[in-house]
Design a protein around this ligand. Structure first.
Ligand code: MEV
Length: 425
C-alpha cells in the first residue's frame, strides 16, 4: 500500500507516538528511532513546547572561539556550527586583531521597524501627511499595548510613512519604529502594528493588508572595526591580498555572496548558540548588503598609513537576550552566560566583531595560502570517520589521505579495508 503523508491529528500525538508513525513511514530501524529521540540537553517536553509536531532535537557541535578582545574586554565566543575550520579560523583571526588592540564596536539603539500596508488609498500622498500628523496618537495607541516595554525605556518611538509604486499601483506604507530594548521584538512590534492598523485604515480610507515587522533592521545596526598589524597578518603581501579580496567582493555579487557567507559563518554560529532567529539575521544582512541597489560586501578592508590592515563592518542585528527560546533553551542560557553580555546591543556588537574576525580569517587564508590547506585535514577527518574509522585509526587514515592529496570517500574506504586486512597501512 502507498504510504501517505496525510496524517490527521499528528499534532495531538505525543512525540513518542509521532516517532512511531515516522518510523513506519520512513522504514527507520529501532536504533534510528531511538537516536531521533535522544535530545541531549534539551528535554523532549521542552522541545515539544517550542515548536509543533516534535519528534526529537537536532544537535550540532558547539565550539568556543578564543582570543577575542572587544572594547578592551575579553570574551569567549560560543558557536554552534557543523562546518569544520570556522571556530579555529575565528580564534586565529581574533588573535591577529588582538595584536592591534582587538575590536572596537558601536551600535544604534535597538529599534525595529514594523510595517503596515494600506492599499486602495485614493490620495496616498495626502494620506501620508495625515498619518504623519497623527503620529502622537498612533504612538500612544501602540505603547498602550506594552506597558512593560515602555517601563524599561522601550516602546514605539517614531513613525514614518512612504508611498511606494508596486506593480499593481501605489501603496501607502506606515512604519513604526519600536525600541525593543533587550528583546528581538517581533511579538511586541506585531502586536502594536495590529493595534494601530484600524486607525491607519480610518485615516487613509484605504484597506489594510499586512502588519508585520521588517527584517531589514536599518535602525538596529551593529558596527565593529579593528587594526591588524601587517606582521600579525603575514606581511605586506597578505595585507594587499586581503584589500584586493575586499575590492573583488565590493564589485562582484558572485564573490560578495561568498564573502558575506564567510562573515555569517561566524555571526550565525553565535546566533544559533544563543537560540536567536538566524533567518532574521541572515535576511537582514543580505538585504543590507544590497541597500545601494547592488549586492556588495558587508565589510570593508583598507590599508592605513603604516601599511597595516584596517577592517570595518556594519550590519543589521535583530537579536535579543530575552524572550523567545533564548531564556528557555538550556544551552542558549549557558551560551549567554559564557558570552557575559549584559544587553542585546552588546550581543549585537560582539556579533559584528565575530563576523569581522571570521571574514579576516577567510580572506587571509584565501589571499595567503588558499583555503584548502586549512580545510584539508578537518575535511579528511570527517571523511575518515564517515568511512568507519574510530580511535587512532582516524589519524592514520587522515595522514595517508593528506599525504596522497586524495581526500575522498572511496579512498578512505580502500584504506580502511587495507587497515582491517593488515592491521596497518
Ligand atoms: C566557507 O564556509 C567560507 C569562505 O568561502 C568565505 C570566503 O570565501 O570569503 C571561505
Amino acid at each position: 500500500m502507498e504510504k501517505s503523508s496525510m496524517i490527521s491529528g499528528f499534532y495531538k500525538l505525543s512525540p513518542k507516538e509521532r516517532v512511531k508513525l515516522v518510523k513506519e513511514f520512513a522504514d527507520l530501524t529501532d536504533e534510528e528511532a531511538a537516536t531521533l529521540q535522544s535530545t541531549g540537553a534539551l528535554p523532549l517536553e521542552l522541545a515539544d513546547r517550542m515548536i509543533e509536531n516534535v519528534v526529537g532535537a537536532f544537535q550540532v557541535p558547539l565550539g568556543i572561539a578564543v582570543n577575542f578582545l572587544i572594547n578592551k574586554k575579553d570574551y569567549l565566543i560560543p558557536m554552534a556550527i557543523e562546518e569544520p575550520s570556522v571556530v579555529a579560523a575565528a580564534s586565529k583571526a581574533a588573535k591577529m586583531a588582538r595584536d592591534g588592540g582587538g575590536f572596537y564596536t558601536s551600535s544604534t539603539g535597538p529599534i525595529m521597524i514594523g510595517q503596515i500596508q494600506a492599499v486602495q488609498v485614493k490620495d496616498p500622498c495626502a494620506a501620508r501627511m495625515r498619518i504623519l500628523g497623527a503620529k502622537e496618537e498612533i504612538l500612544k495607541k501602540a505603547n498602550d499595548q506594552d506597558p512593560l516595554l515602555v517601563s524599561v525605556g522601550g516602546g514605539a518611538k517614531d513613525l514614518d510613512a512612504k508611498v511606494i509604486n508596486a506593480i499593481n499601483g501605489q501603496m501607502l506604507i506606515t512604519e513604526l519604529h519600536v525600541d525593543c530594548r533587550d528583546a528581538m521584538g517581533p511579538n511586541a512590534v506585531n502586536t502594536m502594528l495590529e493595534a494601530v492598523a484600524p486607525s491607519i485604515e480610518k485615516i487613509t480610507s484605504g484597506r489594510i493588508y499586512l502588519r508585520i515587522i521588517s527584517n531589514l533592521a536599518t535602525k538596529r545596526l551593529a558596527r565593529a572595526w579593528c587594526v591588524v598589524p601587517k606582521e600579525a597578518v603575514g606581511g605586506e603581501e597578505v595585507v594587499e591580498g586581503v584589500v584586493q579580496a575586499y575590492a573583488f567582493a565590493a564589485a562582484d555579487p558572485y564573490r560578495a555572496a561568498t564573502h558575506n557567507k564567510g562573515i555569517l559563518n561566524g555571526v550565525i554560529g553565535v546566533v544559533i548558540a544563543t537560540c536567536n532567529d538566524h533567518r532574521a539575521v541572515e535576511a537582514g544582512a543580505h538585504a543590507y548588503a544590497a541597500r545601494n541597489g547592488h549586492y556588495g560586501s558587508l565589510s570593508v578592508w583598507e590599508k592605513n598609513e603604516n601599511g597595516d590592515l584596517v577592517g570595518s563592518i556594519e550590519l543589521p542585528m535583530a537579536i535579543g537576550i530575552i524572550g523567545g527560546a533564548i531564556r528557555t533553551h538550556p544551552i542558549a542560557k549557558i551560551a549567554l552566560k559564557i558570552l557575559g553580555v549584559k544587553t542585546a546591543s552588546e550581543l549585537g556588537e560582539v556579533l559584528a566583531a565575530v563576523g569581522l574576525a571570521q571574514n579576516l580569517g577567510a580572506l587571509r587564508a584565501l589571499a595567503a595560502e588558499g583555503i584548502q590547506r586549512g580545510h584539508m585535514r578537518l575535511h579528511a577527518r570527517n571523511i575518515a570517520i564517515a568511512s568507519g574509522a574510530t580511535g587512532d585509526v582516524i589519524d592514520i587514515i587522515v595522514e595517508k589521505m593528506v599525504e596522497e592529496r586524495k581526500i575522498r570517500m572511496d579512498r578512505a574506504k580502500e584504506l580502511m579495508d587495507e587497515y582491517n586486512k593488515n592491521g596497518k597501512l
